[in-house]
Design a protein. Structure first.
Length: 314
């Protein structure tokens, strides 16, 4: 089977209705999608990703009205956040209705739901009479794909069809929010900052230390976070690679092994380019890839949270 890539919504719909898997774009990262109400399709998705069945998968749909059909409760602060950020890079953990499978939620009472901000995927969701189960398009633990070619790089021709919507505009995963004892809990830092969340709910949000998010991301090349940019200028090996935020080039490392996330010091642009830049350098057979930590503010805090899973840190 050779993977097809295109923008044929009816073809994507047909594959999903046959309980098979497609790749699709969102503004955060690309996802792998199946019928979110069909256990057979969900199991197929877990197996393709090599994802442990103990790790829940989120649902995507196209309207808040449809979300109400999937959950038993929609807390006031959750609704505030939904109205502020949907469609967008926000996943809400809400009490699920019985029709939502325990296979999808790994036996948990809450289901993660979001409305993605990508026109092509929203149009697809409008065509369907079921929500989609959509984890990120990667082998479990690997870097998430932010374009169709990076899905092919990881999965080869194991997926029938990829709905191609260009490069993801955010480039990192959604922020995951839950609610416990009237407190707002951030379960994963992503494309929305803690400060943005707190501005909407007019109260503090708590960042929960989730053990599985400390897992090191899997790449072919060791990835090393650098907290002092002077260390980038001490790298002796011509087989090293560097991912810069906005610094000048390193004179000892070949220029083709150095990539910049943002020449204008734009953290959102850096987030958009982060994963694809890692993909590019990871395919160069380098000794190591070094990345400078980001300014510890707003989305920069979220980016540091992500790259700290790449350690070791020097």
């Amino acid at each position: 089977m050779k993977t097809s890539i295109g923008t044929d919504l009816l073809k994507a719909k047909e594959i999903l209705e046959d309980n098979d898997i497609i790749g699709l774009p969102t503004e955060t990262v690309y996802g792998l999608a199946v019928n979110g109400l069909n256990d057979e399709a969900i199991v197929k998705l877990y197996n393709l990703k090599q994802r442990p069945f103990s790790k829940p998968i989120t649902l995507q749909t196209s309207s808040i009205k449809k979300v109400f059909e999937l959950v038993d409760e929609f807390p006031e602060k959750a609704l505030l956040l939904a109205n502020a950020f949907w469609p967008g890079p926000l996943t809400l953990l809400l009490p699920k209705k019985n029709k939502i499978s325990n296979v999808l939620t790994a036996g948990k009472k809450n289901v993660g739901i979001r409305i993605p901000n990508h026109q092509l995927t929203l149009e697809l969701l409008d065509l369907l009479n079921f929500p989609l189960a959509v984890p990120s398009a990667n082998i479990y633990g690997s870097i998430s794909a932010t374009n169709s070619k990076n899905i092919i790089h990881q999965f080869g021709n194991k997926i029938k069809y990829i709905l191609d919507g260009g490069d993801s505009s955010k480039g990192i995963e959604s922020t995951i929010i839950g609610f416990e004892n009237k407190q707002t809990i951030i379960h994963r830092l992503g494309a929305i900052s803690k400060e943005e969340i707190e501005k909407v709910i007019q109260s503090k949000a708590i960042i929960k230390d989730v053990p599985h998010q400390k897992n090191q991301l899997i790449t072919n090349t060791p990835l090393i976070v650098v907290n002092d940019k002077k260390k980038l200028y001490e790298l002796p090996s011509k087989k090293d690679g560097i991912i810069h935020f906005n610094t000048k080039s390193n004179t000892t490392v070949p220029i083709q092994n150095q990539l910049w996330l943002s020449n204008s010091s734009d953290l959102n642009e850096a987030a958009k380019n982060l994963y694809d830049t890692i993909f590019i350098l990871d395919k160069k057979d380098l000794k190591a890839i070094y990345i400078l930590s980001f300014p510890d503010q707003n989305i920069g805090k979220n980016l540091n949270h992500i790259i700290n899973k790449l350690h070791p840190i020097i």
